[in-house]
Design a protein around this ligand. Structure first.
Ligand code: ASP
Length: 438
């Protein structure tokens, strides 16, 4: 049994938390490969080491040398070394990193040093080898993960019973350090899990897994004990953020489950994310509800639209011309709507797009609704259950909210409901009540 464990920024925030990690690892010998983030916030209002390092990169660009931000990075690592009683020469390591950051003069390089140092410290503390991601995680020239990484990681870990790998970064073919997008140590963990054919990818964070609804809207919502990769994709794209969205792909392809665990409550079960083939939906038809505000809906109506060849194509051409992506495209026989994140239409672009659509397809009617919120009701259980949509819309109707748009994914895995921004919270609560309190 091999478990790959990734520990996030809060779990790595200080020496006390890193000691918690050691006891988590001691409890289970299958926890063999550890992927670490840079130290995150110790308390609200604190600054993440990664943010200090981006600031350091700006200092180097402007003045040619590291400044106050790097001094704070040093303090963080020095106190970790002190708390853990490490014997490595932290000062020498930190000075060497400062020189490297000044020489490389690259934001990605500077940011990567958080994970590099965290990995070095953790490996020393656990008494296991440290693997520099620079040597084993390969990026393509355009910043994507190169598939040769899996072979490199597998080779490097062959015969090594336990090791620490730095998350978040790697190097391109020329040896330049590259990073994933923010929160990318989740991706590194998934990559290592796949490379070593792990039985499970444990992602240790500061929450006990996914919740069925946003806790800022519904107080103490139910936890989700299991969900499928597909459900996770729908929920995280609609704002349920526990895991980096790209972390799913490496492990999903290799059929490896992800378990989200809480470093601060290690006995909590957390959430397991399973490939659809292994996932058994529970009695509850809805697994989770997520949502986001601020979408714009462009609604078009034209008689005999269904017979007009290329109608949608011509509208999409307008969006393409302006590099605008759309989220959903619900349609009726003579109607079609395009749901677009409003931020993409700022600065007068909405008017331009509407004019161009009018010129391209001459609709009989065109309405624009701004300030629309989308709510995704997600669950495999919905597809075999009669009457779920009826319950959903009856619950929304009872709160007196007008539904602006409905879209059901063809897999019947989700129903998306559009309401006015101002009704977002009310609707979320009503839907949660209906499916989780009854
Ligand atoms: N340290 C990086 C960040 O703050 C990556 C990570 O923690 O996953 O974004």
């Amino acid at each position: 049994m091999i478990k790959v464990c990734k520990f996030g920024g809060t779990s790595m925030a200080d020496g006390v938390n890193m000691a918690r990690i050691r006891s988590i690892l001691d409890r289970d010998p299958a926890r063999r490969y550890i992927v670490v983030s840079a130290p995150g916030k110790r308390y609200s209002g604190d600054t993440k080491v990664t943010d200090l390092l981006y600031e350091t990169a700006r200092d180097v660009k402007e003045r040619g040398h590291v400044g106050d931000a790097y001094a704070k990075v040093c303090e963080r690592f020095q106190s970790i070394a002190h708390e853990l009683g490490l014997t490595l020469d932290a000062d020498a390591l930190l000075s060497e990193c400062a020189r490297d950051i000044e020489r490389e003069n690259s934001a990605e390089f500077a940011a990567s040093r958080g994970e590099y140092l965290a990995g070095r410290f953790m490996a020393e503390y656990l008494g296991v080898p440290f693997l520099d991601a620079r040597d084993i995680v390969r990026f393509t020239a355009n910043g994507r993960l190169d598939a040769c990484t899996y072979g490199l990681v597998r080779e490097a870990l062959k015969g090594i019973p336990k090791a620490v790998v730095a998350g978040f970064y790697g190097a391109d073919g020329e040896g330049n350090i590259r990073t994933f997008t923010r929160g990318g140590s989740d991706v590194s963990g998934a990559v290592v899990a796949r490379a070593v054919h792990a039985d499970v990818y444990e992602n240790w964070t500061d929450v006990s897994g996914f919740l069925a609804c946003d806790p800022r809207i519904v107080p103490s919502p139910a936890g989700i004990s299991a969900l499928s990769y597909k459900e996770l994709r729908e929920l995280s794209y609609m704002g349920a953020n526990v895991l980096h969205s790209e972390a799913i792909f490496p492990v999903r392809e290799a059929d490896i489950p992800i378990r989200i665990k809480n470093t601060f409550r290690p006995d909590d079960e957390g959430t397991v994310i399973l490939p659809s083939s292994r996932y058994r939906p529970r009695a509850r038809p809805v697994t989770g509800i997520a949502g986001m505000k601020n979408f714009t809906v462009i609604f078009l109506e034209k008689s005999l639209m269904n017979a007009e060849i290329g109608f949608a194509y011509r509208v999409l051409e307008v969006l393409l011309r302006h590099n605008i992506s759309f989220e959903h495209m619900p349609s009726g026989i003579d109607t079609m709507s395009f749901v677009i994140e409003s931020g993409q239409l700022e600065g007068g672009l909405l008017d331009t797009v509407c004019e161009e659509i009018r010129a391209a397809v001459a609709p009989d009617r065109m309405n624009v609704f701004s300030d629309v919120a989308l709510i995704a009701v997600v669950g495999h259980g919905m597809s075999r259950n009669v009457g779920i949509a009826a319950r959903l819309f009856a619950a929304i109707a009872r709160t007196g909210v007008n539904v602006r748009m409905i879209d059901q994914g063809s897999s019947e895995l989700n129903i998306i409901v559009g309401v006015d921004n101002e009704n977002y919270e009310r609707t979320m609560r009503a839907v949660y009540e209906e499916f989780f309190k009854n």
